[in-house]
Design a protein around this ligand. Structure first.
Ligand code: SAH
Ligand code: CA
Length: 214
């Protein structure tokens, strides 16, 4: 479901910095050859993630859910010098394509691309993150929050995608498992005093959380 009319969506796209040629190509190739291309962040959300990255100038970024690498390339844009982006995906079938795009984007030396279940891999990361992007299986969103919160620097950010779940979060009577998981996640982070949160109604909903300094 799109929250904006087609006309407004077009106006937003027309007044947002365009995708680079490479991101356009990755967007097209994902739509042509990969299952569930709607999962790719796309033009406007990609620029939003890039803007956050430029604002935060993170030293280390963690992305949970690489898919074809679109959001990773956007999030890598604002990395500080010597900064690293760690990105995790359970789907090893996309490995070759993703690595190829990281090379073409000139970011392969800044990216640690880890293949496996994020629930198992995150605890082994001995790194502090200034920015975390949660975008994998919705069932585990609350687990991901718990696994990363102590690894986020004070003043750092956690961003979670798809928190409006096509509007299903306000249709709670027939909540399926994913919707219920997102309802639990949104309530949990909203009530957690360690973070100050704001739900951006960008595309499918971005929950942006700032970790408060203790
Ligand atoms: N961030 C991407 C889209 C991610 S789609 C973009 O915006 O372009 C969600 C991804 O999460 C899929 O590629 C899927 O394989 C991955 N995923 C699902 N469950 C996972 C898990 N338990 N651990 C790691 N990755 C997982
Ligand atoms: Ca997503």
């Amino acid at each position: 479901m799109d929250f904006l009319s087609e006309e407004l969506q077009k106006y937003v796209e027309d007044h947002t910095a365009p995708e680079s040629e490479l991101l356009k190509q990755l967007n097209r190739e994902t739509h042509a050859h990969v299952m569930m291309p709607r999962m790719l962040s796309g033009h406007v959300q990609g620029r939003v993630l890039a803007a956050f990255s430029h604002m935060i100038k993170p030293h280390n970024v963690l992305e949970i859910g690489t898919y074809t690498g679109y959001s990773a390339i956007c999030l890598a844009e604002g990395l500080s010098k010597d900064g690293k982006l760690y990105t995790i995906d359970i789907n090893e079938e996309l490995e070759e394509m993703v690595k190829d795009y990281f090379v073409k984007a000139g970011v392969s030396d800044k990216i640690e691309y880890l293949i496996g279940n994020a629930v198992d891999l995150i605890p082994a990361l001995k790194v502090q993150f200034d920015l975390v992007f949660i975008d994998a299986d919705k069932i585990n969103y609350s687990n991901y929050f718990d696994l990363v919160i102590d690894k986020v620097t004070a003043g750092g950010f956690i961003v979670a995608d798809n928190v409006l779940w096509s509007g299903k979060v306000v249709n709670q009577d027939k909540a399926d498992k994913d919707t219920q998981a997102l309802l639990d996640f949104n309530r949990k982070v909203h009530n957690d005093t360690r973070v100050e949160n704001v739900l951006f109604p960008v595309r499918d909903g971005l929950m942006v959380m700032r970790k408060i300094a203790d």
